[in-house]
Unconditional design. Structure first.
Length: 428
């Protein structure tokens, strides 16, 4: 095996995995370790993310070369989805940030695990030999708070014990830059307690984005674990339709308390959406599309559709109404398409570009009608109006797709979900 004798596990995350012909088959997601009878840890394999974001297990016996730049395998990869077994621990997902007690030889005191080194020993066994730690408590004049150390794995206490209050800063560093859906996927695969620990350390906006991508079971579990005030703040920054879906899954008393703690305007939006059936236009819509008056300039409209919190589907349309501009608005006049705005001078008013013939739905109209109109007219968003022709909100294509997929699609195996949506069960 051509490979360095020492490899740091967390640094392998994201590393490309290749077959003997140097064709990439995936990337490293985590390293799996098990306890020896002596209490030491031994690395046994890699969790590798392959096409379709499926995670599979690759034993280290199938690895011929490994470093921080690439991992080369024998080419034999079992595509069965990885399921963690009893006695197994994932380094990045479960061990990073673990609280440790240093030996007197290392100065004593508490530290947090930031990485660990595995070394090839005794033939083909990869043992955990070194720990990269950050001191969390000053241990006298010799050490400063926050100092990093490389220590022997067998010289610390607590590596194989999960203590309450484990932090998540080192793990979160590995998730930086990932899309919310990918972070949600990582959180879903963690043990329940670890999932809550990691979620609690995300900032409010990041956590809101991730909750929108998790299954109902996972998102409810996280939300109810938070302090009430923080849970209300997270709901405040979620999209109103996603917040309403989540609140609808909560026990009635919990939902009532959270709505009372939310910002009044945000809570009012959620209450309005909760009044509609789950599979109606009202139950699908968001109350916060881009809404402008007819005198607004194209330059102003383009600035609004560049908002980071706006989904791509909603950014393609500006909804033009008479005041008031907050839902429910004044009379709905029409929409302006993003492509039309890009072709006209920025100082022109959006009222000169109105598409008045766009289809619209009532909040009580069923999901089937919404889907048919979107498909017929190639729309990414659809206005929802009341009987007085006031704009109540907009249904976006991504929310329609979410309702059309099986209820458990976020937790189900990707292949099973794909097959369920394929005529004939995916068979040719």
């Amino acid at each position: 095996m051509s490979t360095p004798s020492r490899v740091f596990a967390a640094r392998l995350a994201g590393t490309g995995v290749f077959d003997p012909n140097r064709d990439q088959v995936g990337k490293v997601h985590d390293v799996v370790v098990v306890h020896r009878s002596t209490g030491a840890l031994r690395a046994v394999g890699l969790v590798v993310e392959v096409a379709g974001k499926r995670r599979v297990f690759v034993p280290l016996s199938r690895v011929t070369s490994m470093d921080a730049g690439s991992v080369i395998t024998t080419g034999l990869v079992n595509m069965r989805r990885f399921e963690q077994r009893a006695g197994e621990t994932q380094v990045v997902g479960q061990l990073l940030d673990r609280s440790l007690l240093l030996s007197e030889n290392d100065g004593g005191g508490d530290a947090r695990l930031e990485d660990l080194a595995i070394e090839l020993r005794r033939g083909r066994d990869w043992d955990v030999t070194k720990l990269f730690v950050r001191r969390t408590v000053a241990g006298g004049l010799r050490w400063r708070r926050g100092e990093t150390l490389l220590v022997d794995a067998d010289s610390v206490t607590g590596l194989t014990e999960q203590r309450p209050g484990q932090g998540a800063s080192a793990l979160l560093a590995t998730l930086e830059g990932l899309k919310p859906a990918d972070v949600a996927d990582v959180l879903h695969d963690l043990p329940d307690q670890r999932r809550l620990e990691v979620a609690s350390e995300l900032d409010d906006e990041r956590l809101a984005d991730v909750l929108e991508e998790l299954s109902d079971e996972d998102s409810v579990g996280i939300l109810v674990s938070l302090q009430t005030d923080r849970a209300a703040r997270v709901l405040d920054v979620m999209q109103p339709d996603d917040a309403a879906d989540l609140v609808a899954e909560l026990p009635a008393e919990t939902a009532r308390e959270l709505l009372e703690r939310m910002e009044p305007e945000e809570a009012d939006d959620v209450r309005r959406l909760l009044a509609y059936g789950e599979h109606t236009a009202g139950g699908l819509m968001t109350t916060e599309p881009v809404i402008l008056g007819p005198e607004a300039t194209i330059a102003s409209a383009l600035a609004h559709v560049r908002r980071r919190d706006l989904s791509p589907a909603l950014s393609t349309l500006v909804f033009v109404v008479r005041p008031p501009l907050e839902t429910p608005t004044g009379r709905f006049l029409g929409v302006v398409h993003l492509q039309a705005m890009l072709r006209e001078p920025p100082h022109d008013a959006v009222g000169t570009l109105l598409d008045r013939d766009i289809e619209w739905v009532l909040p009580t109209d069923p999901l089937g009608k919404v889907t048919r109109l979107m498909a017929t007219y190639n729309l990414t968003a659809l206005p929802v109006l009341d009987e007085e022709h006031r704009l109540l909100g907009a249904v976006s294509a991504d929310d329609v797709l979410d309702r059309l997929l099986p209820d458990d699609w976020r937790d189900a195996d990707d292949a099973l979900t794909d097959a369920s949506l394929t005529p004939g069960g995916g068979r040719g």
